[in-house]
Design a protein around this ligand. Structure first.
Ligand code: ADP
Ligand code: MG
Length: 730
């Protein structure tokens, strides 16, 4: 995508086409990948590193870890070639042997391997079932090593440490490497350091030039430890860049927060004590302690002179609606109107159904407005709203459209936040009362259990209330992990049992349709299979590419019991409430984030019928999941979900293990991107960045001092770029 945000505004004025190797065609390809400037190129960090400093004798390969990239030298003993299909080259060194394999190779490639010739190869090491060492798709480095080793007398010498970059379509790997190398050579020392010197000193982090050099071109003498850290993306250099990105986000958000708070609000001056009393008597249950605490937070903000900017985080089922009700009551009993926005029609309807009886006990009128509200009804609703006779207007985000006029709008509530980014929040804030210049209060609610540290980053412009207590009587959802070859059969049996007992079942798949590169169980395919294997059960399908109407229709059919099983992608993650659904099967659960799995699990077990059997969640691991380290790691992650229902603990674990990753949804959120969203140990970095942001702004709120100029410039340019994106994505 052209015009992606530039990381570093330094070098951001120098076009990539100024680098040797980047001719017009190549530059165009690079720009398509967002590599527009030298700064972008320097931020194109390697995906990995291959330690090719020493040649591993074939006889020593047995001691190397599977998957590690090795450099080997040997004599060609035999060549098997099936043109267009595969090429196998057998190398020999004394008694030790190695097989090199390539698939779908161009016809002439076998000519590079003549029997008896000595060759040098580098590639990832695998062991066949019989223990034979093999290299899959190795690179032929015979020429390169010949030259490197020519003037050297000692033992076998290698090629140094090679940085591995994600390929840029249409640009040969070697060309890309050369362009990046030139950017490092020519420009790395001109990159201004966004981290203020005091911050850098305090945290003991390397300079930007040092970091970029280390990342692109590791010291050839690097210790094993340093190299491991680089490979794992945990080196000081990585942390340095990640911290910079986080700081740019945090300082940027904090400044917005301060700005928003300077605006005049619309105080809702009804007595909070009196409002709370009426709220609790209108609710059909006694609020939990956490609910009362959050209600008090909200009320305190709303009586104040500044617009509330508050995020309510509460796990699925923690009872956010009641808090929203208290907020709407504080506005309504002060004579103000509330706008409540949900991401989907179904959720909007659900809210209307829940809130209507509660609100009517306070004499507050509720109305629902969605895209499917018939026109005449819509017109009359809008007229009533304009006349100030509707206290709580509920609908989808289409309500953001300017046509809705609420003359005494005091409060906007946004449910299921993660579809609602910074840009939209800013737009909402912009709905100030034209006459008074007052901004409405804003309450944002999310069920994504965001670790505190991350919440401050994502929503640093919002104050935080946490619903960390479940209403009484909710039973935990028993969670099982199924792996191995019987996983699928066992999960199908469980589904069959559930359907036989008139229970409803969700089956969630990681992808919608086959993606050649990623593979994975697809919802479309799984739906087709289950229709057959589960017959005569009624199996439906819902995924994100369906139009809103068919999506709604499928969800409604499931909610109404006209479907027994609903095969879905993660579109169902957001808030849908089907109390009768009591089994959740997640296929290839290892492909999901932990917080996401927890969220999915929250879709079942919402029924209040204490006599019904407890809800269950089955996490299956892919058929390809083997015994390798990656699989073991995945199993360990899934075990975290199975072992606890504490969404915050799960989210913290996710953050530590995988970084912000998809939790961040940065593009949608309209935040500047992170170079390392998946960095492990992100939680600590976030804390550090937040501490530094606070320090910097305390000392220099307007970022006026010389040493804060690079930071300020980076915030301006990266936020501007991100905002364009946030708008597009939202
Ligand atoms: P969330 O939106 O946070 O997922 P809801 O507001 O939909 O949760 O509440 C989930 C369910 O719990 C609803 O059926 C609601 O009526 C019920 N509930 C909420 N608070 C309480 C409470 N304090 N005591 C009992 N039930 C509650
Ligand atoms: Mg809800």
């Amino acid at each position: 995508m052209p015009g992606e945000p530039s990381w570093s505004n330094v070098g951001s004025l120098v076009s990539v086409s100024s680098l040797p190797g980047a001719g017009p065609a190549t530059s165009a390809r690079l720009v398509e990948q967002g590599l527009c400037t030298v700064g972008d190129v320097l931020s194109y960090v390697p995906r990995g590193y291959d330690d090719l400093r020493t040649v591993t004798p074939l006889a020593a390969l047995g001691g190397k870890a599977e998957g590690s990239v090795v450099l080997v030298r040997g004599t060609v003993a035999r060549v098997n070639v099936f043109p267009g299909r595969f090429l196998m080259v057998y190398l020999q060194d004394g008694a030790a042997r190695l097989t090199a394999r390539w698939f779908r190779v161009p016809g002439g490639m076998s000519r590079a391997f003549q029997k008896g010739q000595e060759v040098v190869l580098a590639g990832p090491l695998r062991f066949d079932a019989d223990g034979q060492a093999t290299l899959a798709h190795p690179t032929n480095l015979t020429g390169a090593l010949g030259a490197a080793g020519a003037n050297e007398s000692g033992g076998p010498r290698g090629l140094g440490i090679r940085s591995r970059y994600a390929p840029v379509p249409g640009v040969a790997g070697r060309v890309l490497e050369r362009i990046i190398a030139a950017a490092v050579d020519r420009h790395v020392d001109d990159v201004p350091d966004v981290l203020p010197p005091a911050t850098r000193a305090r945290l003991g982090l390397p300079s930007i030039a040092e970091s970029l050099r280390q990342i692109h071109r590791p010291d050839p003498e690097a210790s094993r430890e340093l190299l491991d850290a680089l490979v794992a993306g945990r080196s000081d250099a990585h942390r340095r860049l990640a911290l910079e990105d986080l700081l740019v986000i945090q300082v940027g958000l904090a400044r917005r927060h301060a700005e928003a708070r300077r605006r005049p609000g619309c105080p809702c001056d009804a007595s909070p004590v009196a409002v709370l009393e009426r709220v609790t008597s209108a609710l059909p249950f006694a609020p939990t302690g956490a609910q009362l605490r959050c209600m008090a937070d909200v009320q305190r903000d709303m009586v104040g002179p500044r617009p509330m900017q508050r995020l309510l985080v509460g796990d699925v089922g923690s009872g956010k609606t009641a808090v929203a009700f208290a907020a709407a009551a504080q506005a309504g009993l002060s004579g103000g109107q509330t706008l409540l926005m949900a991401p989907t029609e179904i959720l909007a309807e659900q809210h209307a159904r829940t809130l209507e009886p509660w609100a009517s006990r306070l004499g507050l009128r509720v109305a629902l407005l969605t895209a499917s509200t018939p026109r005449p009804q819509r017109e009359s609703l809008l007229a009533l709203a304009r006349a100030g006779r509707i206290a709580i207007l509920i609908g989808t985000q289409a309500l953001l459209a300017d046509r809705v006029v609420l003359p005494s709008l005091r409060l906007a509530i946004v449910d299921e936040q993660h579809r609602f980014g910074v840009a939209q929040r800013a737009r909402l804030r912009g709905r100030d009362d034209a006459d008074s210049g007052q901004s409405p209060h804003l309450l944002v609610m999310t069920a994504t259990p965001i670790p505190r540290t991350l919440a401050f980053t994502l929503y640093g412009d919002l104050a935080l209330s946490v619903l960390d207590e479940m209403p009484p009587g909710r039973r935990p959802v028993g969670t099982r992990i199924l792996k191995g070859e019987n996983a699928r059969r066992d999960s199908e049996n469980a589904i069959r049992d559930a359907v036989a007992n008139a229970r409803r079942v969700f089956v969630v798949c990681p992808v919608r349709e086959i993606s050649a590169r990623e593979g994975g169980v697809t919802a479309v395919e799984r739906h087709r299979e289950l229709e057959t294997t589960l017959a005569p059960a009624r199996v439906g399908l819902v995924h994100g590419a369906m139009d809103a109407r068919s999506k709604d229709a499928a969800l409604r059919a499931f909610a109404a019991g006209r479907l027994d099983v609903l095969v879905a992608t993660t579109v169902i993650e957001v808030g849908i409430d089907v109390p009768e659904a009591s089994l959740m099967v997640v296929e290839e659960a290892e492909r999901f984030g932990l917080a996401q799995l927890h969220q999915l699990r929250g879709r079942v077990g919402r029924g209040t019928d204490a006599a019904a059997p407890a809800a269950e969640c089955i996490l299956t691991m892919g058929a390809n999941a083997g015994m390798d380290a990656e699989t073991t790691d995945a199993a360990r992650r899934l075990a975290v979900v199975a072992s606890t229902h504490d969404g915050f603990r799960i989210a913290e674990a996710d953050l530590e293990l995988r970084g912000c990753g998809d939790l961040f949804g940065v593009k949608q959120a309209g935040l500047p991107r992170l170079r390392f969203p998946d960095l492990a140990g992100m939680g600590r970095l976030l804390d550090l960045a937040r501490g530094e942001a606070t320090r910097i702004l305390e000392e220099d709120p307007a970022l006026e001092s010389m040493e804060h100029q690079p930071l300020r410039a980076a915030i301006d340019s990266r936020w501007a770029a991100a905002e364009i994106f946030g708008e597009e994505a939202g």
